[in-house]
Design a protein around this ligand. Structure first.
Ligand SMILES: Cc1cc2nc3c(=O)[nH]c(=O)nc-3n(C[C@H](O)[C@H](O)[C@H](O)COP(=O)(O)OP(=O)(O)OC[C@H]3O[C@@H](n4cnc5c(N)ncnc54)[C@H](O)[C@@H]3O)c2cc1C
Length: 247
């Protein structure tokens, strides 16, 4: 981060006498991208006040909650070594044999005739077949432990971007009542709802079939200079980038 950006960010981290509804960063959507970026920012900037807004109530159901993630090694590395979820991965998730490929054989009706290419022993750097519900529940518990405000069962209804002001405004519906929160930075991690993409008309038509991916778009208010994205940040934290590869 530039010196100016660092200065502006420190300034806002130390300026929290105001309303409890004001945050440095509000993350819209608490799926895997939103929950992991919340943890990562908190690790790197413990004084940053972070709010995560998630529509679904926690705990979410296990097994059938969302499709994926079948992680490859780089994603497992991020969860284990960057976010410190080693124990959860080892005890709660299923270790797998990395990336495997199946080649065609005739009309592919007989799976046992297809040639399978992949590891036959566990790799030193493990990968996991992850139960998304279980992971998101663990991440939800973890971010609360690390002093991040996590409002589950909370729907983002309207976003008012205030590029000239210190705070953006977000209207939420939580526990059947509507209210407004304010944040200097907004991270859109709402997945296919794509709240900011829709609002800003950034959607584009593709001629090919789109590939499922995770997004976190980051919108600062102008009073903060420079992006607070940690250097070397993983896919889920960068501006509109893909989540780990699909296997
Ligand atoms: C069929 C299929 C198979 C896949 N297989 C794999 C795989 O094997 N490996 C892999 O790595 N990836 C896989 N993926 C991709 C993976 O599922 C996505 O990349 C990942 O779910 C994206 O995470 P996310 O956090 O960006 O979005 P999501 O997990 O969708 O999270 C977005 C969150 O925002 C919340 N939200 C939305 N609107 C609002 C609102 N208005 N207010 C508050 N909260 C809101 C939602 O409730 C949700 O929890 C697969 C996807 C599909 C469809």
């Amino acid at each position: 981060m530039s010196n100016a950006g660092e200065h502006a960010f420190q300034e806002l981290e130390h300026s929290h006498k105001a309303s409890p509804e004001q945050y440095d960063v509000a993350i819209l959507g608490g799926g895997i991208a939103g929950l992991t970026v919340a943890l990562q920012i908190k690790q790197m900037r413990p004084n940053t006040r972070i709010l995560v807004l998630e529509k679904q109530e926690h705990p979410v159901p296990e097994a059938a909650h969302k499709v994926g993630e079948s992680t490859v090694e780089v994603a497992a590395y991020y969860l284990r070594d960057v976010l410190g979820l080693d124990e959860h991965l080892q005890k709660q998730q299923l270790r797998k044999f990395g990336l495997r490929m199946f080649f065609s054989s005739g009309d592919n009706q007989e799976i046992e005739r297809r040639v399978e290419y992949g590891q036959i022993e566990q790799a030193p750097l493990p990968a996991y077949q992850i139960d998304r519900g279980r992971l998101e529940n663990a991440l939800g518990d973890e971010i609360r432990r690390r002093d991040i405000t996590f409002l589950d069962g909370c729907k983002v209804q309207r976003i008012e971007l205030q590029p000239q002001d210190a705070f953006h405004r977000v209207r939420i519906l939580h526990q059947e009542s509507e209210r407004e929160i304010e944040a200097r930075w907004l991270i859109d991690a709402s997945g296919r709802s794509a709240l900011l993409k829709r609002q800003l008309g950034l959607a584009k038509k593709w001629s090919t079939t789109p590939m499922p991916s995770g997004f976190a778009s980051i919108i600062p208010s102008t009073s903060t200079v420079g992006p607070p994205i940690p250097s070397g940040a993983p896919a889920s934290t960068a501006r509109s980038v893909r989540s780990p590869p699909i296997t």
